[in-house]
Every structure is written in structure tokens, then in C-alpha cells.
Design a protein around this ligand. Sequence first.
Ligand code: DGY
Length: 328
Amino acid sequence: MHRILVARALYPETLARLRQHFEVDYNGDDIVFSPRELSQRLQGKAGALTTGSERIDASVLDAHPQLRVVANMAVGYNNLDIAAFDARGVLATNTPDVLTETTADFGFALMMATARRMAESEHFLRAGQWTKWRYDMFAGSDVHGATLGILGMGRIGQAIARRGALGFGMPVIYHNRSRLPADQEGPIGARYVDKATLLREADHLVLVLPYSAGSHHAIGAAELAQMKPTATLTNIARGGIVDDAALARALSERRISAAGLDVFEGEPAVNPALLDLPNVVLTPHIASATERTRRAMADLAADNLIAALAGSRPPTPVNPGVLPLAGV
Ligand code: DGY
């Protein structure tokens, strides 16, 4: 029986299923391991079920040559050094598709909450400051009919675009590494533009691109300066794509109107400058967090581990080029 590490807390039902196939070392206390602790717990393990909080790079793989599969319970896998996995024939898997619509719901909701100043006005009410109606009280910006800008037009980006175009009559512009085929652009009337045009024309800009060295600080001071002063920015992608310090400055100087952030540079730490601002809605990396979707993500990560360590093709490999796996 292969030994695996379940690196964070998990649904008991998923854990029970894994125990039918493997000898499981379970981090039931849900400690976020230091790199040293993670390395210790990977001793003798053929597989690991990880989240975005566990970083597995060349040095970890070299220290554990018996490790064959890392099943990440996330669609993003910037915590895994895929070039190092490829070079050592180790498989990485992720959890795409099962979270697309749930994450798009949240991205759209965060964009709406940001545009319509929901968090700021709720704090005002809870603080007992609401004493009268006023014509311009918490006047935000419209979502319907406004131009929706999307940076990163993968599955989640397209699902957000559909919500905007079909539900809210929003013209959609987007920028992506590659342009969508016409039959995917057509139904949502999405217009492919360069990044400068996206920044200049979007009323509500939503970031849905993967994090990589190339997308680090894709939105910094220079990009924020190109946006409309009335625009909002929503980041449900990854911390580090936005330069949070530059964003805090732009928000405090009202160079853009507001931001909605579900992900942060260095999370779970949050740049203190953001915490003091009224015009930012802050949530703790929960875009995929519905009961049904998180269970589906856990189940898919388990399916990937079970298949890969049985020598079968797993449902959602990140680097299928390493298949078939040696030594399983
Ligand atoms: C993902 O799936 O990538 C989410 O950000 C959860 O980590």
C-alpha cells in the first residue's frame, strides 16, 4: 500500500476514501507547514494532497525521490514548480472545471459589491452612523451596461464574461495570451483588445489570469494610472498579480474608484494600507468556497491521487507528459 500525505484538513468522507487505498499521514490539525515540516512529513510518501499553501519545488522533489504524484486541491498550481516536476518525471494534478461557475459567481459578486459600495455602507450602518437618507449617500457606479474588462480569458474569465454580457448587458473586452476562437467570442460579443486598451476602456476590470513570473505585478502603478478614475478593479486570481502597495496608493488618492480583492501578496497577511481604506472590499481567498464545490475539488484531488498511484491516467493532470509514471 502506498503512503501518502494529506497536507491539510480535508472532508472526512474524502479522507475515508483515501484511507481505503493508501496508508495516510493526515495533518488533521491543519497546521500550515513550514518548508522544513513539509519536507519531514513527505518522508517515504509516494503521493501528497496539497493546497495552494504548500510549495513543492526542485529541492523538495530532490529530497524525496520516491514522491510520484502531487494532487493540488486548486485549479491554480503556482505553488508547484512544474518544470522541476517535468525534469524528474513527477506528476502534478489540479482541480479545474469543478470550480469554474462557483468562482465566476464570486468574481461577479465581488465586482458588484465593489461597484455598489456594499462593504463600506454595511460598516457605516453597523457603526450606527445611519441617521437619515441622503441623495448621494453611497452612490456607486452602475454594473449593468458598463464595460466589463477581463484580463485572463480562461474558463473562469469566460464564465464571468457570460454573466456580464447575457445577464447585465455589459459590453465585454478582454486581453489574454491568445484570442478566443470566433465561436466562443460570438455568443458573448467579447472583443479582444491589447492590454493598454483594456486598462483604458474598462469600467470594471476583473483579473482572472494565472500567476507566473510573467504576470507578477501585471497591475502596478503604471497600469493603474491608465485606468479610468471611475473604474473598479477586482482580483480573484492570485496575490502578486497586483502590486498591492501601488493599489493602496491609487485607491487612497482616488486614481481608481474602488477595488475588490479576494487574494493578496503574501496572504494570509494583508498589506495594512489596504485595511484602512474605505473603498476596497476584502475577502479571504474564498472565491471557490461553496460546500458543493469544495467537496468536488477534494474529490477530484483524491480521484487524481488514486488513479495516478494505481498506474492509470488521472482525470486532470497538469503535466501529462510524465505519464505513464515510473515505479507505481
Ligand atoms: C484555486 O483553485 O486556485 C483557488 O484559488 C483555491 O486555491
